[in-house]
Write a protein that binds this ligand. Structure first.
Ligand code: B12
Ligand code: SF4
Ligand code: SF4
Length: 359
């Protein structure tokens, strides 16, 4: 059951022209897609519940915790009736590497929330009245892909990512929820994957268990970012040289091959110095040897801080176990005496891998 909703006390209604100027303002601030939706019951609420019931959320306890609010987009921010939903590209044309593209630069939460707050202030200035509202960038109990599809931004790809016919899927999503009626855009009804199954075929761990269904507990993105404990041994080799996140099911997508963007000069999402164009082994060795102070300095305002240094060292050890060689033995031996049991165990595994390589 959803919680009782507070009756909406005649929120101001915006004319179409204002909504169009709001979207134009969003494009001016650097967003790549913008659409408006009214808030209400979520079309894929049951898909979400079923997904959680099957255990696909793994350790991400915050997902089932916020389930009720995820069923209805009026619940996260009481009084809100409309949302401006935006997408911002994080590139896609850059070469693949050990760190997923979304995580190479500054934290998208900070970048996007600032721009959405600026849009909120712009809306208030245009209407000449205070408007209650809140910006969400992955920061509330919201099924953002569902919200974005409803605002016309794209369809659910078989790899579960939201795909746009002229932008692909290498973009972030976010929303500005407001207590003001904005004229909605048409939802995106088409489904353009057709008979393609490239993403399902390419996933190294078989995490895409069916079209549009991801078992997160097998996904390299989950294993390297969200999972706090040990990476299941049977999945370690499948990680290859991926140190943080995974882009494979997006890289193989024909829509991305055709439409993904190049990051503009000065983009906050461009790779930071600590990553540069470093290959997986170099980066893994550096991370394994890093102190907490060095890590905090090199990765300030980076989304990679989410995994914490211990998680990154764990991932780095797995990467060296998979693609390392004689030059990596020293750093792994030191790590196999680490104070942190998680790091120590993965480093010992990596040494075993290097000493008895598979065919
Ligand atoms: C938890 C989470 C994860 C988990 C689980 C991912 C997942 N697919 O559920 C993990 C850690 C694995 C993950 C990985 C990634 N994530 Co993530 N993640 C989220 C988060 C916080 C919640 C997602 C969620 O609710 N999942 C629950 C499942 C059930 O929902 P879903 O997979 O999104 O599927 C929806 C639709 O596809 C549809 N659907 C699914 N199955 C079916 C079946 C049918 C028949 C129908 C009709 C519909 C349908 O309904 C679902 C519910 O709305 C969102 C932010 C947010 N608040 O929404 C970001 C988000 C989805 N992630 C994002 C990104 C960028 C990534 C990565 C690309 C990062 C990386 N490079 O490593 C990968 C992509 C992996 C993948 N193939 O999805 C972006 C995606 C943008 C986009 N274009 O879609 C988001 C929106 C964050 C943001 N604000 O930009 N993520
Ligand atoms: S992100 Fe990687 S591991 Fe996860 S579903 Fe896509 S290809 Fe598979
Ligand atoms: S790779 Fe193919 S099936 Fe997968 S999301 Fe892209 S178009 Fe859809």
């Amino acid at each position: 059951m959803t919680a009782a909703l507070k009756p909406i006390v005649a929120p101001a209604a915006a004319p179409v022209a204002l909504a169009e100027r709001l979207k134009a303002q969003a494009y001016g601030l650097g967003f790549d897609l913008a659409g408006i939706t009214t808030l209400g019951a979520v079309a894929t609420a049951e898909v979400f519940d079923e997904w959680v019931a099957r255990g696909y959320a793994g350790e991400m306890a915050y997902l089932p915790r916020g389930a009720e609010k995820r069923h209805d987009t009026r619940l996260p921010y009481e009084g809100a009736v409309s949302a401006l939903v935006v997408a911002m590209s994080y590139g896609g044309r850059e070469p693949s590497g050990p760190v997923a593209r979304y995580a190479r630069g500054d934290d998208y939460h900070d970048v996007m929330v600032e721009k959405l707050n600026a849009l909120h202030r712009w809306l208030e200035a245009e209407t000449g009245a205070p408007i209650r509202g809140k910006s969400y960038v992955d920061t509330g109990p919201i099924l953002e892909r569902d919200l974005a599809r409803r605002a016309g931004l794209g369809w659910f790809g078989k790899n579960t990512n939201l795909l746009h016919p002229a932008s692909g899927s290498f973009f972030f999503l976010a929303g500005l929820f407001v207590e003001m009626e904005l004229p909605p855009d048409a939802p995106f009804e088409a489904e353009r994957c057709g008979s393609c199954t490239r993403c399902l075929d390419a996933c190294p761990t078989g995490a895409l268990v069916a079209p549009r269904t991801l078992d997160a507990t097998k996904c390299i993105s989950y294993l390297t970012i969200e999972l706090k404990g040990a990476i299941p041994e049977e999945l370690r080799e499948k990680m290859g040289d991926l140190l943080y996140g995974c882009d494979i099911c997006q890289e193989v997508c024909p829509w991305n091959e055709k439409f993904s963007r190049t990051l503009p000069d000065g983009s906050p999402f461009a790779a930071r110095e600590a990553l540069g164009g470093k290959d997986a082994r170099v980066l893994a060795r550096e991370l394994l040897a890093m102190t907490q102070e060095e890590f905090s300095r090199a990765f300030s305002s980076s989304p990679m801080k989410r995994a914490k240094l211990r998680g990154l060292k764990r991932n780095a050890a797995v990467v060296l176990g998979n693609v390392g060689g004689a030059a990596d033995v020293d750093v792994l031996e030191r790590a196999s005496h680490d104070d942190e049991p998680l790091v120590l165990e993965h480093a010992a595994w990596a040494l075993r891998q290097l000493r008895s390589p598979h065919d």
